[in-house]
Design a protein around this ligand. Structure first.
Ligand code: MN
Ligand code: MN
Length: 477
């Protein structure tokens, strides 16, 4: 008689897989590294995701389009969200399956009037975005990405710092020799938000002045800024006023790289949450058959600041796309029928979780954490303190999901973000929970989350992709 195992032990992915699966893991990581090396902002994530979607037969939904099973469509919102659907065979009122991930990451934004000159340098004044440890963003090469519009409303796309021949940008830190006062401050105060100033140049504009009087000297004091503006005007046809309203983001320069002698890990900017958004995108675009249920992947902006605004999941846009799809399939929108669809839908909040870091073991409960290489992380609840702000998945749903994943040989683990009362965090899960659908958090464990360069495991990334794809393809309750 076979002995029944009563204990649960999470295993290392690398111990459990065959040669073919190892190659799958390594190959998937190569595509992912390319993706995050280019998709460094929410806008660029939409752009790169769109490329992949188009290659896999997705087309933009047209108002009044008559949808039928097998159709592959997408919606784009303000160039910062992309929502993809594959239409299923079943009556949509019976519910759909949704993966939601975010494509914004912590970064340094520019202030509306960013440019100034001081101490023979020209700098950008900044305002950080998302939860960061400010000191981590100093003394690293930065790239600038984003858009600004000039006086003719022409959209100028900025992307500088990642090409081999590009210059980079830099936030200085105080030399240790003069850091006595700074070193006595807390980590939170050692580098304050107003010290995150980006160096952008130092050569003054040389003017032909006949006699160098006091007035001219004063003018010359401002001339580094003028010189930079001249360079920017020549390259981008912009002037200083055009920074008002611009969306320029300073992000770490450089490509994603392998970490370790065994190349098992990936270092990169924005694993939170582009690892899960890429895995979700690949999961839906790699599906070739016509699914039973309609499938949806929503890649959204502004999660890092609470999902507010018209490009966050709080916006009506996601619901609008559901209504368009529903209306196209049913020929009308009956509100009760629409709510029945939502009640019967299944969702995954595809977001990263904290990976166990042995160097900071004290913040984790080792029995309830996510270890590197132990597979995709399932998280019943998020939140902080006494589960405040948590979206708490239902036992019935989790049970079916874990048994399903195991039946598909998808290696998963479950735990909590960290020790109780140590901190916490949320995801977009609560926004989907509002629709009354079943929803759970599931994603990749990350080391050094929200730092300029985060680390994930190739094995965990691949298991996450497999879990998302299997969920879309086969999962049912
Ligand atoms: Mn996240
Ligand atoms: Mn985050």
């Amino acid at each position: 008689m076979e002995e029944i195992k009563l204990t649960k032990e999470y295993k290392n992915v690398w111990e459990l897989i065959n040669e073919e699966e190892k190659n799958n893991i390594l190959n998937f990581a190569e595509y992912y590294k390319d993706f995050i090396s280019s998709a460094k902002t929410e806008r660029l994530s939409v752009k790169e995701s769109l490329k992949i979607a188009k290659e896999k037969g997705f087309t933009e939904f047209k108002t009044d389009q008559k949808l039928k099973p097998g159709d592959r469509i997408y919606f784009i919102n303000k160039n910062k969200n992309i929502i993809l659907y594959i239409i299923g065979k079943n009556d949509i009122e019976k519910g759909i399956k949704i993966l939601a991930a975010h494509i914004d990451s912590p970064r340094i934004d520019l202030k509306p009037n960013p440019m100034y000159e001081d101490g023979n340098l020209c700098l950008f004044d900044t305002h950080y975005y998302g939860g960061i440890k400010k000191y981590q963003w100093t003394t690293i090469p930065l790239a600038l990405y984003g858009v600004m519009l000039n006086k003719e409303n022409k959209i100028i796309e900025i992307g500088i710092g990642d090409d081999q021949n590009d210059p980079v940008f830099y936030i200085s830190d105080l030399l240790i020799h003069l850091a006595k006062d700074q070193m006595n401050k807390t980590l939170a105060e050692g580098v304050s938000a107003e010290k995150l100033n980006i160096i952008i140049g130092s050569i003054p504009l040389i003017k032909n002045t006949e006699n160098n009087n006091e007035k001219d000297k004063q003018k010359n004091n401002l001339s580094i800024k003028e010189n930079i503006l001249k360079i920017l005007n020549e390259k981008y046809e912009i002037s200083e006023e055009d920074f008002v309203g611009a969306e320029i983001e300073a992000v770490p320069a450089g490509k994603a790289r392998d970490v370790g002698f065994d190349r098992s890990l990936i270092l990169g900017y924005g694993h939170d949450d582009r690892s899960c958004s890429y895995a979700a995108l690949r999961a839906i675009t790699d599906i070739n058959q016509v699914p039973e249920k309609t499938l949806c992947v929503a890649l959204v902006d502004k999660e890092e600041i609470g999902s507010y605004g018209n490009t966050g999941l709080e916006s009506n846009f996601f619901e609008y796309t559901l209504l368009e799809v529903f209306n196209s399939l049913k020929g009308e929108v009956n509100i009760l029928s629409f709510k029945r669809m939502l009640n019967s839908s299944l969702g995954i909040s595809a977001d990263v979780t904290a990976g166990f870091d042995p160097t900071y073991a004290e913040v984790h409960d080792k029995k309830n954490t996510y270890f590197i290489n132990k597979g995709v992380g399932i998280k019943k609840y998020t939140g902080s303190r006494g589960k405040s702000g948590a979206s708490d998945a239902n036992a019935e749903f989790i049970s079916k999901l874990r048994n399903f994943l195991s039946s598909k040989n998808i290696i998963w683990q479950s735990g909590e973000l960290g020790k109780v009362d140590q901190g916490g965090g949320g995801t977009v899960a609560f926004l989907l929970a509002r629709y009354n659908m079943e929803i759970i958090d599931m994603g990749v464990p990350v080391l050094s989350m929200h730092s300029p360069l985060e680390v994930i495991s190739k094995a965990d990334l691949y298991m996450t992709y497999k879990a998302y794809k299997a969920f879309l393809e086969d999962f049912n309750i």
